[in-house]
Design a protein around this ligand. Sequence first.
Ligand code: DPP
Ligand code: ZN
Length: 871
Amino acid sequence: PPPVRLTDYRPYPFVIKHVHLDFFLEPTKTRVRNKMTGKRSFGEHALMNLDGENLKLISIAINGLAVPEEEYEITPEGISIHMPAGEFCLEIETEISPETNTQLSGLYMSGGRFCTQCEAEGFRRITYYPDRPDVLAPFDVRMEADKDAYPYLLSNGNPVRSGNIGTDRHFAIWSDPHPKPSYLFALVAGDFDVYTDSFTTMSGKETPLAIYVDKGDSDRSAYAMDALKRSMSWDEDVFGREYDLDVFNIVAVRDFNFGAMENKGLNIFNAAYVLADGQTATDADFEAIESIVAHEYFHNWTGNRITCRDWFQLCLKEGLTVYRDQEFSADMRSRSVTRIKDVIRLRSRQFAEDAGPLAHAVRPDEYARIDNLYTATVYEKGAELIRMLRVLIGDTAFFAGLNRYFDSYDGKAATIEDFLNAMQLSTSEDLRNFARWYSQSGTPTVTAKGVHDTIARTYTLTLKQHTSATPGQPDKIALPIPLKTALFSGKGRRLSTKLNGQANDEHLLILRDFEQDFVFTDVSSAPIHSLNRGFSAPVRLVDGLNDANRSALAAADNDPFAQWEGLQTLARNILLEMSKDEDGDHKDSLSAFIDAIDEAYTATIDDPAFAALILRMPTVGELILDQKDADPSKLHATRLKLKRAIARHMQGSLVATVQHSDTGVFDPSAAAAGRRALKAAAIDLLSGLQDEHADRIYESFLSAPTMTEKLSALNALANVENGGPSGEYFDKALLAFEEEWKDTPIVMDKWFSVQAMSIRADLRARLHRLCSHPDFDFKNPNRVRAVAAAFAMNNPVGFHAPDGWGYEFLTDIILKVDGLNPALSARLTTSFESWRRFSPDRQAHAEKQLRRLDDANLSKNAQDIITRALA
Ligand code: DPP
Ligand code: ZN
């Protein structure tokens, strides 16, 4: 099929003024009566096209009269109906089978309950409808179901009425006054425990809040509720945005393709991002819950009140909303630690995507399958563009522009152009070139070179930008790249210098051309430049410094991101140097590096979350980005060697850190999480000394008071390579873990994934055991991801095994999943995205498996990824 193109966009020729949906809920035979009123808005063609997929048509009537068969046609995409002139009331009745819907798109069953997922194109699997984001209508929904099996009946908007029908059945009616596109529709029916609270909005309206979870889980909803209330209040304080319905509901379901979904007034969440307490969730889980609850809530304005005209504009809501949730997390936690984690995620996921065959623009101009556009580029790079825009135009213009955007497009479906226009009207900075960031794919590399002139007392910084060709975009144009920059003396003192006559100790350089000189004046001695501070632009930087400069900066830089980045760059360099020359002893560079780490660690120990990041070495996945013909096993071995050297040197302080444990009640705060993160980093380093600390690590597992500590010990045991007591300890620990948590699926997902990420010699046999475990379920995305995605995305040593078994294992899983859930199989297939970066033997094995997939006649979603990967 031909791709969907942005230039083919045409407005829909009908307005839908109101939708009334009636659901008669039965697992295998649900009846849906859909009554739409509306009229033609332009044009004369009498045909109305509605989308529909897997629907059984029962009846169709216009203005109360049955439509004769020759007046409509069922098409592969839906239905075409001859419409009369003027206002119409179109009634369509269809039947669907939620129970057999394993794609988890549309109306389906999870754990015996009805639930929905409609973004992007799931609503057409519920009823015939113009299933596109630019058709907005108010919805009323009536649901009818068995009373005992489905005591709660929920939908969007406000509850209107409910009651009994005879003795066995009941109904509920909900009404959503805010016009919305169909992808924001939601329905839930089932039995739950409910955790309730309320929030009083800035205009004094008390709003009941509720979280619906599995029976027995309501205590574990407290943190999500707290995060929701903080989000509501933060959006009022920072963006002036208030909630707008009488109630707000969240439902947790176990079978879900996304993390969560922002349906108007009825968010549906993957249960993994709702339920948490100290016993069952790690600090990373708490952090994710906080940010996802916030993300979905923030969509109420950026996504729901103002939605997207078409799916090419996906970043309009996602990039902006990720930016908003990142800022929220930064305000709730440590700003610098949050920023570093965001950059780690961007670099490991988005930079990798941008560097391979799946690279695409933040706003692409064509796509084959919309489900495959929910990518790191649209989300994470999309967020970076908003952040960069704020740096470029300043806070005042940024917030003025956002308010203008909210005022101008509330209740409408907008485009990136609309958003940038609102911004442009609020700033004197010309944003025309900035728009290029949305259309050009690939990560720019900025190369820096500085020359000091002692006599003129100037420092000339020459910056160049280059972006490599990406699929469909062989030639690149220059982008405006804002780089926060400071100069330091050789002794590590920050210099106040002049640029364009302005004196400052930090300057904003905007690199607009392919090459540009920036001349700093009043620079008495040769400085060291610190560039892209705070990661002000999403670029790769070749800094033009030597390692001595970087060590000096690492010790002196007052920008925490720059300090951390300096050490990461040193680590990357030494790792690449060591892996190039395996037999060399690299004594001098090693000891200089370890001193720098030790010094930074000691200096930051009062901020444990930050100190933990200092101890973190670049992952194999990150190192691969800098390589051709990469050999992950070798990079892993090198990385282990480096970790071992650090552990040897810092053993005393690492052991002391491991022995520390907070006492008393569990505290999910960022400060307490930081202490546990540091402990985990220390355990991880000590595990590099193979079995030397096995007893200590096992003991730490046994006595762990929190899931974070339990899992960090388990991870450490998983990553001691061979033989020795660690192996026995690992298996003993796994048995104990399984015994304790076998009835708690979200916790058992961790048990599956810690094994899938292990690098022990028995990995392959272990993976096969996991897939035949009685609790393994190809229909449950969390469980499949716990094994397959954990392995393919977080275990580069195993996945890229030189004889190709890792590729074959993943391929076998994709082949089994595809018939059940194409969105999931396509997602797993993206693990092949970097296959051309690896050594020739690995490439041959990967290609063989991609060809196998290509020959298997898979879903359109999976085929789209396979075709692009092989192109
Ligand atoms: N539920 C997904 C998200 O919030 C898609 N909108 O990003
Ligand atoms: Zn989102």
